[in-house]
Design a protein. Structure first.
Length: 278
């Protein structure tokens, strides 16, 4: 298949390097530069949008540019795709990376975690832009778009954007329940959405099965010899000095678990940290 990948960050770079079984065009320019004429010339089977602004503080300080990158550019792209699809028998698919951070917990064991149709509860401007873009994409046309919502993405890559690298740098970590998404499960989900003829579009929560905490991840890193054993940080104390607020989010998606069958978080995390260590 011919696939255009947008985004130079952690996810976009990983997709470019991993999807070697397909013909990949890695689009390094701005989304707005991928015009209708460019798309018609390329004739892709799918376009994967992993571009956008993600740094919480930067987004708060640069709201206009964040709005353009996280809302205007993706919706404009999908409008162009939709217009092309109306006049073509070959439909271009859009896989758009949103975020599981559009919800703010805390997790309640007696209540259900956040599902794909759960109303957004953004706690930061970044989260608001991602939630708003999801709604606008679905309002444009829900037929040829998959909205992918990972949470706390991690991999074996030594990168400041990798959640493992972030958690490895803090001496104190909160012990609040959260979902996390390995690059392994993201790639598996993307491959499904690219290849499936029927059940691929709509909203997907993407995560490794089960629940962990930043403190638990810190312990695994310490056991691997990558850091000292962490100290527990109370979430209320973190909320005082961490602005914008750091959210706690536990995800669930019945369709995702049935079709993608994610591995347990503790298994994937230990394997990934061993690779990260090497």
């Amino acid at each position: 298949m011919k696939i255009v990948i947008l985004g130079r960050g952690q996810i976009g770079s990983a997709l470019r390097d991993a999807l070697i079984e397909h013909q990949i065009l890695y689009w390094a320019e701005d989304i707005d530069e991928l015009t209708s004429s460019e798309i018609e010339s390329i004739k892709p089977d799918a376009i994967i949008n992993a571009a956008g602004k993600t740094d919480l503080k930067w987004c708060e300080e640069n709201p206009r540019e964040t709005f353009r990158c996280n809302i205007e550019a993706p919706t404009g792209l999908y409008q162009r795709i939709t217009a092309i699809n109306k006049n073509s028998s070959k439909k271009i698919r859009l896989l758009h990376f949103s975020s599981g951070c559009i919800w703010d917990g805390p997790y309640d064991e007696d209540a259900n975690p956040f599902t794909p149709d759960h109303p957004a509860r953004p706690a930061a401007y970044y989260s608001w832009t991602k939630a708003a873009c999801d709604l606008l994409l679905l309002a444009e046309s829900a037929e040829n778009v998959a909205i992918l919502r990972p949470r706390q993405v991690y991999s074996s890559l030594r990168s400041p954007r990798n959640t493992i690298s972030k958690l490895n740098s803090y001496s104190r970590l909160v012990a609040t329940p959260n979902s996390m998404s390995s690059m392994e499960i993201i790639l598996k989900t993307v491959r499904h959405c690219i290849s499936s003829k029927t059940d691929w579009n709509g909203i997907w929560n993407i995560y490794d099965k089960g629940i962990t905490t930043p403190f638990e991840v810190g312990k695994i890193l310490a056991q691997a010899g990558l850091r000292e054993m962490p100290v527990v940080l109370d979430k209320s104390e973190l909320d005082v000095f961490h602005k914008p607020k750091r959210v706690d989010t536990v995800l669930y998606d019945e369709r995702f678990e049935q079709l993608i069958q994610p591995e347990r978080i503790e298994v994937v995390m230990k394997r990934t940290i061993e690779e990260y260590k090497l």
